[in-house]
Every structure is written in C-alpha cells, then in structure tokens.
Design a protein around this ligand. Structure first.
Ligand SMILES: NC(=O)c1ccc[n+]([C@@H]2O[C@H](COP(=O)([O-])OP(=O)(O)OC[C@H]3O[C@@H](n4cnc5c(N)ncnc54)[C@H](O)[C@@H]3O)[C@@H](O)[C@H]2O)c1
Ligand SMILES: O=C(O)CC[C@@H](O)C(=O)O
Length: 540
C-alpha cells in the first residue's frame, strides 16, 4: 500500500481527505531535518509539505522509493528540484489556492495604513484617547500602483476598483488590452508610476529585476506621502530605504508581510508610527489553508493512483524519445525566450515564432512552449513557468503567441526566430543549433551575427563608426572582465549596428556606465543565460 508522509502542518480538511483516501497509509512527522528527514523520506512513496521543511539534495540522497512531493502553497524554494528531478521525483504545487487570501491581506494592510488602525489601537492600549492624531485618508479617488499583474495583483486590482480607486499598473508580461479589460491603466515602467501613486503594492516574485525596486533613488521620485505595501517577497523593497523614507517623512506609511530574512523579529521599522507589519500571514486563512491542503492531498493521491501529473514544476509532458530527438532545438527555443524576456521593454502584445529548415519538421507546439517557458522564467517564482504552463499564462495575460514553419533552408540548416511586438516597438531574436548541443545567437534586432547563446552576454547598440570595438574591449580589460568572443552585426557600413560580447564574468555596473558614455553607443545591457549544456529541469 503506498505511503504518504506529511511534513508540515496541514489543515484538518486535508488530513480528513487523507483519512478517507482508500488504499493509502499516511503519517505526520513534523519538524524533520538532517539524517532524520533523509531516513523518513526513504520510507514513503509521496510527501506533502508547506514551507517549513527544507527538502535538500542531502535529504533525498539514496532515495529509491519517493515518487512525488506536493507543496501546499506556491513557492517551491524549500525543495531542491534539481535533486528531485535527478531521482525522477515529481514536484507539484498548488498555485491558486491562496491567491484571494493574499490579495485580501494586502488590501487589509492598505486599509489599516489609511486609517492608522495599528497605531490607534496601540494608543488605546496605552490609555490614550487620541482622536485628532489619527486622522485618516479615504481610499476612494486615490491612485494605487500595482507592480505585478499576475494572479494576486489582478485580485487586488478588482478590490481596489470596487473601492473606487484609480488603478495603475506595471507588468512586462501583460498586454495593454488585457489590462484595460481589467480596468487597469498600464504603464511602461515602475519609475513612471512612482510620482503618481498614493499607494504602491507589489505582487511579483523576487528576481534580479524586482530586488530593491524601492530604494533611495526611487524615494526621490515617489509622490510625497505615498504608502507602500509588500505581501509578495521580502527584498523587493529595500528595508533600509523604507526606514529612511519613514524617518524623513517622504513616505506616509509602510506595511509589510514579508522580509528579506525570515523569520524576522527585529527591524527598525517595527514600532514606527504608520508602519504595520505581519509575520508572513498572506496565505494564513482557514479557506486558503484548506484549499492548498486539499489540493496537495489530491495531487499526491491521484499521482500515486494513476500517474496523473498536475501543476508539476519540474517535469516536461514529453515522452523520453521525443525529448531526446528535440532536446537541442528545445534548448535553443528556451534560450531565445530567456533572452527576449530580458530584453523586451513592457506592454508585450504578441510573439511570433518562425521555424525554418530542419527544425520546421519538429513539433512546433513543443518548441513554442519551450520558448514561452524561457520568456516567462524570470517573471515567475522559481519553477513557476515551465513548458507545461507558460503558453497558457501568457494567453491569460492577453499576449498572442503564434508560429509558422517552413522547411526551406536559409543560411543555417535550422533557425528559430522570435518577433516580439510591444506597444510601439518590434524586436527580433533568432538562434540556431550547431551540432547536437551548441546553441548560437544569429539574429538580434534585425542584424545578423553569430555569438554563443550561453553564459553572460553584453549587448550594445551603436552607430557603425571606427574604434567602437576597441573602446569597449579596453573598458572591459580595465575592469578585468575577460571577453571570450565578440560579434558584430550591422545593417550597412556606417549604419545601425549591434555588438554582442560573450563574457567570462558579470561586468561591474561601472564598466557598463563607462561604455554608455561613448556617444556612438545608444544602449547597452547585460543578459544572463544558463551556461553551455545547462538545461532547465524539465528538459533533462
Ligand atoms: N505573503 C504570502 O503569504 C504570499 C502568498 C502567496 C504568494 N505570495 C507571493 O506573491 C507573489 C505573487 O504571486 P502570484 O501568485 O500572483 O504570482 P504570478 O506568477 O501569478 O504573478 C507574478 C506576476 O509578476 C509579474 N512580474 C515579474 N517580474 C516583474 C517585474 N520586474 N515588474 C513587474 N511585474 C513583474 C509577472 O509577469 C507575473 O504576472 C509571489 O512572489 C508569491 O510567492 C506571497
Ligand atoms: O504560508 C505559507 O505556506 C507560505 C505562503 C506563500 O508564501 C506561498 O509561497 O504560497
């Protein structure tokens, strides 16, 4: 009889479902770590957890029995998915169960800030009747800026509109049309929104792009008196900047549910006037916990009974033979997506994929799904976008994805080109495969070139004038950044050109700034791709 291990506290409804599940045994073992966890995991066929237990590579070492792990919640950052994949263990999550509760919590924090609920309560507890001190602000007619218009951001927007607020937002992966349908005015950057917002709330994962989104620089342009809320992930707002903003009076209030380091019981913000903090309670409602627990139990029992896989974060729905024959091309499509995802500016409307030559004979649906997974990878929580769900996630955001194939060969035996249409801008990225496993970049913004499609890339647009390559090379040399390869593409002699450097390390910002000082260089940026041969878990 298959055995299921429950590693964190689950709601009674989830446990009742386990009690009622015929043909299964289960045990609850809480607060396991180290050798005890490793031994326990080896005795079971399935496991269910929340964020408490850390399922590391060591805890899975030598495991030949465990077949699946379900996370009752969204983030799977407490599970080593690479180690699980290596052992053939399917990792699944319950992405929607706590969406409404978290949106409600963010909204509740916004209201608490507006009416000084926490400070006023505290003053009563301390024996004061301060009616004048706690003058509040009405939400109606105020402007709230939402960064991240995914599941929780959209639920938050609905509530804000019901309170007659003006809702503005930024999310690079939603179309203006879809935002308008939701009643949200879409902006092209957070920077543009900051001078306008009475309230700012973030609903994105923590990524290199969102880390430190609110810092001292942002405080300079934010509307005086703005109130900030974070129920997403700690680190999106720089806590030191928040303290500074509250002390200087630039910010009208701060509400946090999440922290850069958790658990967090000591912060300069705690106890400040107009600051409300909760200990990561976004998903802590009976309803959300019931829903995620019930879903997690269903995921594990269905998988162990029939092999059904839903909400997997580490497996591809591809049979091993197809995967083997397409892995190289799927990798190129994924890398093109990753590159396009880091380059595009926002307000994405559509992506058109073009498969040419040998690759046109392969399954275009899978190739497109792999591109979409790359495009969304940095926009989602780790493991959140994969070949299974990425295309659907983009469709939900109003982004149209299409493809066309032609077996006629161009300059390369195969090529994959993505054309991205944003409001007022079109961009193109193209790649090919050398041998079985050497992806190459062959097209960037309409210019042909040939560069490695892996590791750290430095991309710069410039006017084709003498001395540019030497100048860029010298600057990187001065900053001790080694250039592995250099490629240039241009429309015509003396016209627009793009340069791509494959670097042995990430250049310091000072080097990038120095490059940008050259009048002939119009833009420059660093893009990070996986190393050569490094594949996402679902392509292994
Ligand atoms: N406080 C809690 O208890 C709690 C509970 C659930 C989820 N969360 C967190 O809330 C966050 C949002 O969850 P979700 O389910 O809505 O995720 P989601 O994947 O549905 O939405 C995230 C959105 O952020 C957008 N995004 C990514 N990078 C961006 C950027 N640089 N600028 C603007 N937008 C960007 C994505 O395009 C996507 O639409 C996640 O970090 C999740 O871990 C917290
Ligand atoms: O309460 C929890 O389990 C964490 C909730 C949340 O951060 C998630 O990732 O789902």
């Amino acid at each position: 009889m298959p055995k299921i291990l429950v590693l964190d506290e689950l709601s009674p409804e989830g446990l009742a479902l386990l009690d009622a599940a015929e043909g299964f045994e289960y045990e609850i073992r809480l607060k396991l770590a180290g050798e005890e966890l490793r031994k326990s995991l080896a005795e079971f066929d399935g496991a269910i957890c929340r964020s408490g237990v850390k399922i590391t590579a060591e805890s899975l070492e030598g495991n030949t029995r465990l077949r699946c792990i379900a996370r009752a919640g969204v983030g799977t950052d407490n599970i080593d998915k690479d180690a699980a994949t290596r052992l053939g263990i399917v990792v699944m999550n319950t992405p929607t169960g706590n969406t409404v509760s978290t949106a409600e919590h963010a909204f509740c924090l916004m209201m608490a800030l507006s009416r000084n609920v926490a400070s006023a309560n505290q003053s009563l507890v301390e024996g004061r009747w301060d009616r004048k001190k706690y003058m509040g602000t009405q939400l109606a007619d105020k402007t709230v800026g939402i960064v991240g218009l995914g599941r929780i951001g959209q639920e938050f927007a609905k509530r804000a509109l019901a309170f007659e607020m003006r809702v503005i937002g930024f999310d690079p992966f939603i179309s203006s049309e879809r935002a308008a349908e939701l009643g949200i005015e879409l902006y092209s950057s957070v920077k543009e929104m900051l001078p306008l917002v009475d309230y700012l709330t973030v609903h994105t994962p923590l990524t290199p792009e969102t880390k430190g989104l609110i810092n001292l620089e942002a405080l300079e342009i934010i509307k005086p008196g703005a109130r900030l809320i974070n129920c997403a992930r700690g680190g999106i707002y720089e806590e030191a900047a928040l303290v500074e903003g509250m002390k200087s009076g630039k910010l009208g209030g701060v509400a946090l549910d999440v922290y850069a380091e958790e658990p967090c019981t000591d912060s300069a913000l705690f106890g400040m006037e107009n600051v409300v903090c909760t200990p990561h309670l976004g998903a802590s409602t009976e309803e959300a916990q019931t829903q995620v627990a019930v879903e997690a139990v269903q995921l594990v029992t269905n998988f162990l009974k029939s092999g059904e896989i839903r909400h997997a974060v580490n497996v591809a729905p591809i049979d091993p033979k197809t995967l083997e024959s397409m892995r190289g091309y799927l990798d190129v499509a994924y890398r093109i997506g990753l590159l396009a995802g880091q380059l595009h500016g926002g307000k994405l409307k559509s992506c058109k994929l073009n498969y040419r030559g040998e690759v046109a004979g392969k399954d275009a649906k899978l190739l497109t799904a792999s591109f979409c997974a790359g495009l969304l990878e940095q926009a989602m929580d780790e493991g959140g976008a994969n070949i299974v769900n990425a295309q659907m996630l983009l469709a939900e955001r109003g982004v149209t994805i299409s493809s066309e194939s032609s077996t006629e060969m161009g300059s390369f035996s195969s090529s994959i080109t993505a054309t991205l249409e944003e409001d007022g801008r079109t961009s193109q990225v193209g790649g090919t495969l050398f041998g079985n496993d050497m992806p190459r970049l062959i097209l960037l913004d309409g210019q042909r070139l040939e560069a490695y499609l892996d590791g750290t890339l430095f991309l710069f647009a410039h006017n084709d004038v003498p001395g540019i390559i030497g100048r860029v090379g010298t600057i990187f040399g001065n900053h001790s950044v080694n250039i592995a390869q250099m490629a240039v593409g241009r429309s015509s002699a003396g016209g627009n050109a793009v340069g791509v450097l494959n670097l042995d390390g990430v250049p310091p910002q000072a080097a990038v700034d120095e490059v940008l000082q050259s009048p002939a260089i119009t833009s420059a940026r660093v893009v990070e791709l996986p190393a050569a041969g490094e594949l996402p878990t679902w392509l292994r």
